[in-house]
Design a protein around this ligand. Structure first.
Ligand SMILES: CC(C)(COP(=O)(O)OP(=O)(O)OC[C@H]1O[C@@H](n2cnc3c(N)ncnc32)[C@H](O)[C@@H]1OP(=O)(O)O)[C@@H](O)C(=O)NCCC(=O)NCCS
Length: 224
């Protein structure tokens, strides 16, 4: 595995992390099933997520949670057999069973067409394009953010909800602007150094929309 050890341990043992695996029992070797697909999720507070604004119209948004997909992967020779669909259906089922959970969300790197098609087919909604979100071997790549709403979660749609979201966004923008002016002198921290990962199978969750992902692995086909 090319996961950084700390990232891997955090994914496997971390708080709020739940994973589902798909196994091929027919390939059992001495009673050990072969793992052929894997999805890892983390439950987070909606208010700590980068899509908090999508839930602000809801009065109880402070208590809401979201399930973030950290990793999803199916072994090459088992692809296009519906395995990822089954895994993600389990994820959605779990999210729906948690009463204050309003959605499942994730990032996909802009060139990962199989994953983009996959999430569209699974009826995830494309809610954001994040420019230059990933930095891989000297190249910037955009990221798509997909959400699958559960338990009545949805994109704000009434005029009042849209105005509320706009006001909240505008206030966040002003805050960010003031923060930027404030920090203008602090140039000591390099822009991309805040979040660093090495991975074949994608990335960790982070709660700040300004955070970007640096990926140092050789295989960049499968980042969320
Ligand atoms: C994306 C991935 C998880 C899909 O797994 P899978 O088990 O093959 O997916 P399923 O069989 O359940 O779903 C198939 C659907 O995904 C999409 N899809 C899968 N492979 C595709 C490909 N090579 N090109 C285009 N679309 C593709 C299609 O919409 C397809 O539906 P269709 O068969 O009706 O056309 C798998 O390709 C993979 O592990 N990729 C590498 C890791 C990765 O990119 N993870 C996702 C990042 S979040």
């Amino acid at each position: 595995s090319r996961y950084e050890r700390e990232f891997f341990l955090n994914v496997v043992n971390g708080n709020g992390v739940i994973s589902w695996g798909a196994v091929d029992t027919s390939r059992s070797d001495e009673g050990r099933d072969e793992l052929i697909g894997f999805v890892t999720t983390r439950m987070i507070a909606a208010k700590d997520s980068e899509i908090e604004d999508l839930f602000r119209y809801n009065n109880s948004h402070k208590d809401l949670t979201l399930l973030y997909i950290l990793t999803l992967g199916v072994v090459d020779s088992y692809r296009n057999l519906g395995i990822a669909s089954s895994l993600v259906r389990e994820v959605i089922k779990h999210a729906a069973s948690v009463s204050n959970c309003r959605g499942v969300y994730l990032h996909v790197i802009s060139y990962n067409q199989p994953a983009i098609n996959f999430y569209k087919k699974m009826l995830f909604k494309l809610v954001r394009r994040l420019p230059m979100f990933y930095y891989i071997r000297g190249q910037h790549y955009d990221s798509y953010l997909f959400v699958y709403y559960v338990n009545g979660g949805r994109t704000p749609c009434s005029p009042l909800e849209i105005v509320t979201s706009f006001v909240v966004d505008f206030r966040a923008f002003l805050k960010m602007l003031v923060g930027k002016i404030w920090r203008k002198e602090e140039k000591s921290i390099p822009r991309w150094s805040r979040c660093k990962e090495s991975t074949t199978l994608l990335t960790s969750q982070n709660n700040n929309s300004n955070n970007k992902r640096i990926i140092a692995g050789e295989d960049s086909r499968c980042h969320v």
